[in-house]
Design a protein around this ligand. Structure first.
Ligand code: PTJ
Length: 243
């Protein structure tokens, strides 16, 4: 039982949720360590949405709503932390929701698809094939889903698949708290923010953005600048902490 007055209440409840989902098999054990790395970077950015992340979320919304065939890729951590927020983003953006796993078993795919359906997503399932140019199991996806996508949103991604998707000519939007990761650097656009803060930001922007703003945002993507801003914001925070 976590006392609700605990200063780290939210963080402890989140850890508890992930631990439960690891016990049931939705989250991989490796996913728990990935979360720990994310928490460390969230500390560094001050556990808030920075100005550069806010801009990136608006650009992400513009990319999704102007896409021909947008896909939201969901793994175990994303489903455990943000299943309802994925459903809301799907409604606002019209994107396909498809499960893609690093530690892939048929059982985990089905469990995650079930959780997503229960929380309101319309999940794109059916027969997966080994279609992405990768040696690990993230290569498995659906021909009419991720394989045909022009824009793919990849929360908590690993660098290999991000690079492979970019090489295939896709626009890749990453959500990653680590601005130094290979994923963050190779994506077309990276939102350096915590998943459960970033997703509602993209969803609201999908509902607000006008057509002219959408065109202007998609023409002005500068991932290098946004990552440098995220690093600058972390550095400023560290400098203030030393004062
Ligand atoms: O469910 P599976 O089998 O597909 O496995 C998923 C994991 C997360 C284990 C897999 O994708 C993985 O190994 O990811 P990485 O390579 O550890 O990368 C995860 C990245 O996400 C790291 O850079 C973390 O800093 C970041 N991260 C972790 N938690 C969050 C996060 N970014 C945003 N929000 C979070 N909550």
């Amino acid at each position: 039982m976590i006392p609700d007055k605990h200063p780290r209440y939210h963080s402890l409840v989140t850890r508890e949720k992930l631990a439960q989902c690891a016990r049931s098999g939705i989250v991989s054990l490796e996913g728990l360590t990935a979360h720990g790395r994310g928490e460390a970077f969230d500390y560094l950015i001050g556990e808030r949405t920075t100005e550069s992340a806010h801009i990136a979320a608006r650009i992400a919304a513009a990319m999704l709503i102007s896409a021909r065939h947008p896909v939201i890729s969901v793994n175990g951590n994303t489903a455990a932390l943000a299943a309802q927020q994925i459903a809301s983003l799907q409604k606002a953006s019209g994107a396909i929701v498809e499960v893609n796993l690093f530690h892939r078993t048929e059982k985990r795919v089905q469990q995650i698809e079930e959780l997503l359906r229960e929380t309101g997503s319309d999940v794109f399932s059916g027969e997966a094939e080994r279609l992405l140019p990768l040696s690990h199991d993230r290569a498995w996806c659906r021909r009419k889903g991720m394989y045909s996508a022009d824009v793919v949103l990849v929360p908590l991604e690993d660098g290999d698949r991000c690079e492979a998707l970019v090489r295939m000519g896709k626009t890749v939007i990453a959500i990653d708290l680590n601005p130094l990761s290979r994923t963050a650097r190779s994506a077309t656009l990276t939102i350096v923010d915590e998943l459960t803060r970033a997703l509602p930001g993209i969803t609201s922007a999908c509902k607000e953005i006008s057509e002219p703003e959408c065109r202007q945002l998609t023409e002005s993507v500068d991932n290098h600048y946004l990552l440098s801003e995220a690093i600058r914001e972390i550095t400023l925070r560290l400098c203030h902490a030393m004062d």
